[in-house]
Design a protein around this ligand. Structure first.
Ligand code: NOJ
Length: 534
């Protein structure tokens, strides 16, 4: 246990900084707000690390994922002093701090892009990807932006197109340019020097494309699977616009910055790449052949799917089989790009999913507000703030980014009384908030607290091996976690009807509060999940 780096046993909690806690009463969350809630995170909830989505200077076209200064704090969120105070508070409380890093694209208002766009012979021209129009004057190739429309924007003044995999106001950085590369690597070093423990890396596999800018193959039928975007993006095989093999040497350079900081500080550093890939082997390649690239590519397998026992078991077994020797898995159920967990799964199935998340082998990430079962906000099309929602209402992400609900007041304790938060509060019955749930043994918050506390005292759950338990009814996904002599068994009835399982031991936790004491060949209620010590 003592030898394992913190990121193996940690539970990560994702904070969307606009929506966690507003300290200055402008209706938008900020860094000082986060600092004021560190005790909640450590003592009340019991998590080990936070990942904060971008708080850097930004015109906010994509709410911070369009960075105009990689080493600054947007005034909306505070300043570098506020960041330093946050680091200090995290240190005091033993909480690890992970920040977001957006390597694929900057804002079009970043001074680098302003220079790059100013003329064809500007020294920073190649810091971004520029290309001549096709013979018909149209875009240089058939690449499509994730948010829809061509991935190319024409610049009148210089007569070329620039590449943007997301919004036109998010031009893609050119990692093949040495100057850009070293400037971006310096931004990592900047935050490491300021005391961060790691980075979540936004769509990092997009950073390397085909240098020849070849067309993507076109499908007859749109691709389905994870993130069907419902636009022309799905009609392409993304063979050339992301994940070029040169991404691997680039990630090794990124890793060497982290490793150096680790050696200098004597404290483990960590990288978690946002990599949406369905092919396990391709996904696993981002650990690096010698575990020398990302510490982990994010595993989104449980974000969408049928929630059957076979599907869940396959997800875990395929992941375990694909992992390179010595690599460590991770799991996540929700984030700022996905509808709220309870909206996707319903109340009971989400409880089962949470028990699974916190008992599988791997580092779990929890999305803020899920611990009180925050609901999905229904934002009318005309009130959508998210650029995606403004284009395709159903894809809007505002609904999962609403302010954290701390209490049942009209502002939910998120901002000062009388201030209107940037997005609505979604607590119709006044029960989906921390104050209402704390000390209620039947609440979602208490369920999380109990699970997190159990995990913290169990080497088997934090670091133990994984083994599928095969002799169970079809509807049940069951597994064993073991570390030395310590063993925990988990049985998840993923069906709606009661089932009998052959198992014996003392109950650690169940999604059914009424269950207690010794367990002997129990009948699990529909969607009931239990963990036992056999
Ligand atoms: C992935 C982020 O999670 C998402 O919120 C963002 O819009 C895109 N990357 C573009 O940066």
């Amino acid at each position: 246990m003592a030898d394992a780096p913190w990121w193996k046993s940690a539970v990560i909690y994702q904070i969307y900084p606009r929506s966690f806690m507003d300290s200055n009463g402008d209706g938008v969350g900020d860094l000082a707000g986060i600092t004021s809630k560190i005790d909640y995170l450590v003592d009340t909830l019991g998590i080990d690390a936070i990942w904060i989505s971008p708080f850097f200077n930004s015109p906010m076209a994509d709410f911070g994922y369009d960075v105009s200064d990689y080493t600054g704090v947007d005034p909306l969120f505070g300043d570098l002093d506020a960041f330093d105070s946050l680091v200090a508070r995290c240190r005091e409380r033993g909480l690890r701090l992970i920040i977001d890093w957006v390597p694929n694209h900057s804002s079009s208002e970043h001074p680098w892009f302003v220079e790059s766009k100013s003329s064809r012979d500007n020294p920073k021209r190649d810091w971004y990807t520029w290309a001549d129009p096709a013979p018909d004057g149209g875009p240089p190739n058939n690449w499509i932006a994730v948010f829809g429309g061509p991935a190319w924007e024409y610049d009148d003044s210089t007569g070329q197109y620039y590449l943007h995999s997301f919004l036109a106001s998010q031009p893609d950085l050119n990692w093949r340019n040495q100057g850009l590369k070293s400037a971006m690597l310096d931004t990592l070093a900047f935050w490491l020097d300021r005391g961060v423990d790691g980075f979540r890396m936004d769509v990092v596999h997009f950073a390397m494309k085909d240098p020849e800018l070849a067309d993507n193959p076109v499908l007859d039928q749109p691709e389905t699977g994870y993130k069907s975007l419902g636009n022309e993006y799905d009609r392409l095989v993304h063979a050339n616009d992301r994940g070029h093999p040169d991404i691997h040497p680039m990630l090794r350079e990124v890793r060497s910055i982290l490793d150096r900081a680790e050696a200098e500080s004597g404290s483990a550093k960590y990288s978690l790449g946002e990599i949406h890939l369905l092919d396990w082997n391709e996904w696993a390649s981002y650990y690096g052949a010698d575990n020398d690239e990302l510490h982990m590519p994010y595993n989104f397998a449980f974000v969408n799917g049928p929630w059957t026992a076979q599907w869940a078991r396959n997800n875990v077994e395929e992941l375990e089989a694909a992992l390179p020797e010595g690599a460590w898995p991770n799991y996540v159920l929700s984030n700022h790009d996905e509808h709220r967990l309870v909206a996707r799964l319903g109340w009971d199935r989400s409880a089962l999913a949470i028990l699974m998340l916190l008992t599988l082998r791997g580092t779990p990430t929890i999305y803020y507000g899920d611990e009180v079962g925050m609901l999905q906000a229904d934002i009318p099309p005309e009130r959508q703030q998210d650029p995606w929602g403004q284009r395709v209402a159903e894809l809007g992400r505002d609904g999962e980014r609403t302010p954290m609900q701390w209490d049942a007041t009209p502002e939910a304790g998120f901002t000062k009384p009388g201030v209107e938060p940037w997005l609505p509060i979604v607590d119709p019955d006044g029960l989906h908030n921390v104050a209402a749930q704390l000390d209620d043994p039947n609440s979602r918050l208490e369920f999380y607290r109990r699970l997190l506390a159990i995990r913290k005292t169990s080497s088997a759950l934090q670091l133990g091996d994984y083994q599928t338990i095969h002799v169970v009814p079809d509807e049940v996904f069951a597994y064993r976690r073991s570390y030395g002599h310590e063993v925990v068994e988990i049985y998840l009835n993923m069906g709606q009807s009661p089932v009998d399982v052959v198992a014996e031991g003392s109950l650690l936790v169940s999604t059914d509060r009424a269950r207690s004491g010794a367990v002997r060949n129990p009948t699990l209620a529909g969607l009931e999940a239990i963990a036992i010590i056999p």
